[in-house]
Design a protein around this ligand. Sequence first.
Ligand SMILES: Cc1cc2nc3c(=O)[nH]c(=O)nc-3n(C[C@H](O)[C@H](O)[C@H](O)COP(=O)(O)OP(=O)(O)OC[C@H]3O[C@@H](n4cnc5c(N)ncnc54)[C@H](O)[C@@H]3O)c2cc1C
Length: 426
Amino acid sequence: MKRRRFLGLAAAAPLGFVAAARGEAKGARVVIVGGGYAGATAARYLRIADPALEVVLIEPDPRYATCPLSNLVLGGFRTLDSITVGYEGLAGAGVRLVRDRAVAIDAAARQVRLARGDPVGFDRAIVAAGVDFMWEELPALRDPAAREAVPHAWKAGAQTALLRRQLEAMPDGGTFVISIPEAPFRCPPGPYERACQAAAYFKSAKPRARVVVVDANEDVLSKGALFKAAWKELYAGIVDYRPDSKAIDVDVASRTVKLEFGDLKGDVLNVIPPMKAGEVAAPFVTANGRWCEVDWLTYESKAAPGVHVLGDSLQIAPLMPKSATMANAQAKVCAAAVARLLAGRAPNPAPVLVNACYSWLSPTEVAHVASVHRYDPAERTMKPVPGAGGLSPARSSAEAAAALAWERGIRVDTWGDGASARGPDA
Ligand SMILES: Cc1cc2nc3c(=O)[nH]c(=O)nc-3n(C[C@H](O)[C@H](O)[C@H](O)COP(=O)(O)OP(=O)(O)OC[C@H]3O[C@@H](n4cnc5c(N)ncnc54)[C@H](O)[C@@H]3O)c2cc1C
């Protein structure tokens, strides 16, 4: 019932209202595009920073499937439902929800155009549309039907369920191929965690099956020693890791990944494509034709005043991962800055971001990597703080408890979703 709180907003708040309010803190409107980790956090924290702000969140999906823990769904160790959240918590915080897709963000006219509804005006907009895929790099996968046969499962939800069904249907003795694109992409340790979870499933359900990981990068990108130890100690003979192996296309009919050097046939293919900022952020892309650059004090786009960009769509600062933790942390800095700018005040000149990323190396054992990123005024970028953060010395079940607590905490912090995360065997 609460889902009905998604509003057809445009009719209720005509653009004239927005024009009258522009430049004043009271009644100013911030429109957020995308209700993932970055957008939902920004919405909640804007309401906290200034309850007088009108905060509008545009998101096409009624529920959001979180990517963290989605590899455990692929392994069969938890359900998709247990990692899916609703938007009721945001509605309860006074965020106005518009269930629609933004098709254009017009910075000059200060207006977001929607697929179905009327345009929505804004004083400031925050674009948090995550990633989209560069299908042109894998020509066969331009065809949406081919993506059903060869799922990416790099946005959780239907694709996760599809890949899980394929793994269940795969015969014992079959080969599961995971193809990793060149960095940067969403969640650097994610593909290696996926290899562990698939291997854990095969170990008990299909002991003759194998996971072949073809990586376009020259080595494991994150927690390398920990992943390699798990493959050796837990999944010997199951995981076969091949660096410097870039996929350039797929032959769907013969289930073959075409690599720069040679081809690789499998029974189930999981080809993770190269990524770029979510399509709707295209006008704000300024780096490599892929990513959006921002002022790190406010997250205001370098391409368009009044428009802020967050999360995975960003051109990263040095050693900054594209992660849920980072998207959530950036969003809090951005929300505080936007509230201050709308009130005619200067943003915090010294923001600090903390990242922590847990990886499940088995269904019950976890390791983490953490880093701290501080604003450098001379170079106007975020820089890792030397000596801060760290890496687990080994995987452990104690860290699994910490990882579940992190998942619970970030859900509440992002969506105001109090549903408690269940353990992997729930
Ligand atoms: C397998 C996997 C495991 C991961 N594990 C972890 C982990 O353990 N820890 C961690 O910190 N991170 C993890 N991540 C990374 C994390 O999921 C992302 O970094 C995070 O989701 C980025 O948040 P975002 O808000 O930028 O994008 P998203 O969460 O993708 O949100 C984007 C939102 O924008 C919406 N949207 C897109 N286009 C439009 C439009 N035109 N109009 C309106 N709405 C739109 C989408 O529907 C979506 O809801 C993992 C990722 C994967 C794939």
